[in-house]
Design a protein around this ligand. Structure first.
Ligand SMILES: [Zn+2]
Length: 212
């Protein structure tokens, strides 16, 4: 039943272990130095490692339903992970990446009757209430809620002590992204435009990737 996973592992080893000067062997010996910390949804279709086709050692990931960042509380999985990443590593960007078609946001909008789930996602209710007050149809309400939750998560994130400290010391920047599952496009919140704008790759980056 898990053979598909083992097949993937076989390919991973082929590319990252079975070659001379392999990246994994280097990372295992010298340690990691990731520059990004990505908070994403648990959804299997928008895994950052998959969609960014990331090499090992590029980023830390933390997953939560809806990529929701709840208000700070000491001792949570996220607060410990951020503390480790920001105090003991050289993280430069903390990214919250939500996505369209998010099951967590749908559950929020439809008031899913499941206390285990609703007790977690309920913290995002404010974004849904705001969306209901400004949108006329369910699709727009969901779309506004999805983006609103990302922005509220970003505000909550700024109150985590490790994040607050790193921001004060100008060591990190925080980014709010949304992955459009249908198109594969990535959008970034732009405070000046008060909205999410399409991200595109810069020419020099495109060239350097092509030459690898
Ligand atoms: Zn989701």
């Amino acid at each position: 039943m898990t053979q598909d996973l083992l097949k993937g592992l076989q390919e991973f080893k082929k590319y990252h272990y079975d070659t001379e000067n392999s990246r994994m062997q280097m990372l295992a010996e010298l340690g990691q130095d990731p520059k990004y910390f990505i908070i994403s949804c648990i959804d299997s279709r928008c895994n950052p490692v998959t969609i960014f086709r990331a090499q090992p050692g590029i980023f830390f990931t933390h997953k939560a339903m809806g990529a929701i960042v709840r208000p700070y509380r000491q001792g949570t999985a996220l607060s410990a992970a951020l503390q480790f990443a920001l105090e003991y590593n050289n993280i430069e960007n903390v990214i919250i990446m939500g996505h369209t078609g998010c099951g967590a946001i749908k559950a929020l909008a439809e008031k899913l009757d499941d206390p285990e789930i609703s007790s977690f996602i309920e913290v995002a209710r404010h974004a849904h209430t705001k969306a209901v007050s400004c949108c006329n149809n369910q699709d727009d309400i969901i779309a506004h809620t999805e983006q609103g939750v990302i922005l509220e998560s970003m505000e909550n994130l700024k109150n985590y002590p490790s994040v607050k400290k790193a921001l004060k010391e100008e060591r990190i920047s925080i980014k709010a992204w949304q992955f459009d599952m249908k198109s594969g496009d990535l959008f970034e919140y732009n405070a000046d435009k008060n909205g999410f704008t399409l991200m595109s790759i810069e020419e020099n980056v495109l060239d350097s990737r092509q030459t690898k």
